[in-house]
Design a protein around this ligand. Structure first.
Ligand code: SF4
Length: 652
């Protein structure tokens, strides 16, 4: 018997709703709206609890705050002629599996109409409104029916144009609404039988993030585009498209560092007030602060800590010497699914080795690029010009914790897919370096050194165990650190000249090592915060093994960025004359930065974090701080199986 064909004029009958598990969550009808707009958006917002504000969402929330100020309840058995006018009515249905807060319900007796407020003007489209809004309203109508009311239409009220649009709950719209509820339950994997039902009803996968929309005009307006990474995910799955510029939200706030050991911070309305020995020493607007960084025994009041946690602004604690002790965040990311993917993969030795190879090879590549671009040679002259040219580029590596040193390979690292069209953009970074290399007085980095590092990177990609990889990383690191001194400015003024004989730590014995240790602690903190913000556990890594208090994943992810961010900040601070010999305190064979030296170095580090680079895969420009978030999100996409590989960031 031939398969039954469904023609365009035939509609599928909605299936009876599957029985919900007793503890299954109810879907907010707002999420049904999002699901019709984009299934992936609903998944990110509801299942993964991701959120990012846009101007639209802020305005929408403010409007709803006003509407929700008063909450009414509907009468249980209204008289036939009873006038109904109820605001912010909460209704739920275990049968439908949805819940909603209705802006307004109007009617008489048992005949009622839901009214939903929408920002903006009425769109001039078929049916008077877009499908997501019509479906959301219909879901409200179905809830009213479930509660014994008669309801065959609803009203959308567009605030800006002050127009009402009537929406009839006809058979087609009701089917569309039920299918959307089924579909969202399916992708969220809710309900005992939700898998089968969702597959039949909407043909969606279950318990997996839906794929991004294809080249959709919805994406540029989507507040979650920077989290979803629609084009990046499609590109990394070899879709024949080049990513559009990232519509990432602007980071207008910046970290607030407090170094004074006697500082006390408190909240004063919308500001943070800094006091030293009860005298006001400074203040900052809460809105301008992205993270609070405290050194030594400086402290803060409980009301301020509560406010920072409420705003999800992390507070980091460092020792007097700059060692990263830990940080405090609010409730943290609610996305347990991401951590489940992370933990599952961390128990797979193959997955661990695969990721570790990529990180080490990328680090060696980036270290090699640092040496190649910024080599000053033994006979240094014209230091200021050389610095200016260096400052436009990335910097060298080093190590903290196990495998203290690690160098890097280059753009030929095979785990990195070929760039779409970044070659021309990368010239912005490469050109000043090439010019520096060509200047008289500047040697090129020795060919055999560059060749050796390139081979190290290739060996890293073929390492058969983490132990072997560790050995390769150590060899490359020694090569790199032995030559780091050739990137430093040597000046006739001894206070501006720094020697570097190799990496040492715990404690650092010379100024360059003191700065490197401090820079790695700052970089660890940045990655710790970036990973926590996207819902990953910074303490469970793949290359760095679990050890008490060690943020293993933060150390993993920062490997390729040690040369590009930490070492670069150190070299820039030295070559630019921002730190001097007098900025260091030496005692008992150890060396530490003074408060004033650290202040200037923090400024150099922050500049580096804000420095814009061209992403070698995606071709758009973004700051290192934003790049960390993008890379963390790409790791999630890889761990969840959405993209085949984690693309490391490797400069050319
Ligand atoms: S960016 Fe596009 S694909 Fe991603 S959630 Fe938003 S609308 Fe959907």
């Amino acid at each position: 018997m031939p398969d039954k064909q469904i023609t365009a004029t035939q509609r599928e009958l909605p299936l009876a709703f599957p029985e919900l598990a007793p503890d299954a969550p109810l879907i907010p009808v707002r999420m049904v709206n999002e699901y019709v707009y984009c299934p992936r958006l609903a998944y990110l917002m509801w299942v993964q609890a991701e959120w990012a504000d846009s101007a639209d969402t802020v305005e929408g929330r403010a409007r709803h705050k006003r509407v929700d100020a008063k909450a009414d309840v509907l009468p249980e058995a209204p008289a036939e002629d009873e006038h109904i006018h109820a605001r912010s009515v909460s209704l739920s249905s275990a049968t439908l599996g949805i819940t909603a807060k209705l802006d307004l319900v109007e009617g008489e007796g048992t005949w009622v109409t839901p009214v939903d407020y929408k920002r903006g003007k009425r769109p001039h489209v078929e049916h008077g409104a877009y499908d997501p809004e019509r479906v959301q309203l219909c879901a409200q109508g179905l809830l009213l029916r479930e509660h014994g009311y008669e309801c065959d239409s609803g009203m959308l009220y567009f605030v800006e144009s002050r127009e009402r649009v009537l929406v009839l709950f006809d058979e087609i719209l009701i089917e569309q609404t039920l299918a959307a509820i089924h579909g969202l339950r399916g992708v969220a994997n809710i309900g005992r039988f939700s898998d089968a039902a969702a597959d039949v009803a909407t043909n969606t996968a279950t318990g997996r993030i839906p794929p991004p929309l294809e080249d959709s005009p919805k994406c540029p307006r989507c507040s979650l585009a920077g989290i979803c990474l629609p084009d990046e995910v499609r590109f990394l799955n070899e879709a024949p498209i080049a990513p559009r510029p990232l519509f990432a939200r602007e980071q207008l706030s910046s970290p607030l560092y407090v170094q004074s050991p006697r500082a006390w911070l408190r909240k004063d309305e919308e500001r943070i007030v800094i006091e030293v020995e009860k005298a006001k020493a400074g203040e900052a607007r809460l809105n301008d602060v992205s993270q609070l960084v405290l050194f030594g025994s400086s402290g803060l009041s409980t009301p301020l800590l509560h406010e920072l946690m409420k705003r999800e602004i992390p507070v980091s604690f460092h020792t007097y010497g700059g060692w990263f002790v830990g940080h405090v965040v609010g409730l943290g990311h609610r996305n347990a699914e991401t951590r489940m993917h992370q933990y599952r993969q961390s128990f797979d030795p193959k997955a661990c080795l695969h990721l570790a190879r990529g990180w080490v090879a990328a680090k060696i590549a980036n270290s090699r690029t640092m040496l190649r671009r910024n080599w000053r040679g033994a006979a240094e002259e014209d230091g200021e010009e050389a610095f200016e040219q260096f400052a436009a580029v990335p910097s060298p590596p080093a190590g903290q914790g196990r495998g203290e040193g690690r160098a890097s390979a280059e753009a030929d690292a095979p785990q990195v897919a070929p760039a779409p069209s970044p070659a021309s953009d990368l010239k912005a970074e490469t050109a000043p370096i090439e010019a520096a290399s060509a200047r008289p007085g500047n040697d090129h980095a020795p060919d055999d050194l560059l060749r050796s590092l390139k081979e190290d990177a290739h060996h890293a990609l073929r390492a058969s165990s983490l132990e072997e990889l560790l050995g390769i990383e150590g060899i490359a690191a020694r090569r790199y650190f032995q030559n780091l001194t050739h990137l430093l400015r040597h000046d006739d003024d001894p206070s501006l000249s720094f020697d570097f004989m190799g990496r040492n730590r715990r404690p650092p014995k010379d100024p360059v090592n003191a700065m490197l240790s401090f820079a790695y602690a700052m970089l660890t903190r940045e990655w710790h915060i970036a990973l926590t913000a996207v819902g990953l556990d910074p303490y469970r890594g793949y290359y760095h093994q679990p050890r008490f208090g060690r943020p293993a994943l933060a150390l993993d992810m920062m490997e390729p960025f040690r040369p590009l961010v930490a070492d670069s900040a150190v070299i820039t601070a030295i070559n630019n004359g921002e730190v001097r010999g007098s900025d260091f305190i030496r005692a008992a064979g150890s060396c530490a930065m003074s408060d004033s030296g650290r202040k200037r170095f923090i400024a150099a580090f922050e500049r580096r974090m804000g420095h814009e680079v061209t992403h070698p895969l995606f071709g758009y420009q973004l700051s290192y701080r934003r790049l960390f978030e993008v890379q963390a999100r790409l790791l999630i996409r890889h761990l969840s199986g959405e993209i085949p590989d984690y693309p490391n960031f490797v400069t050319r």
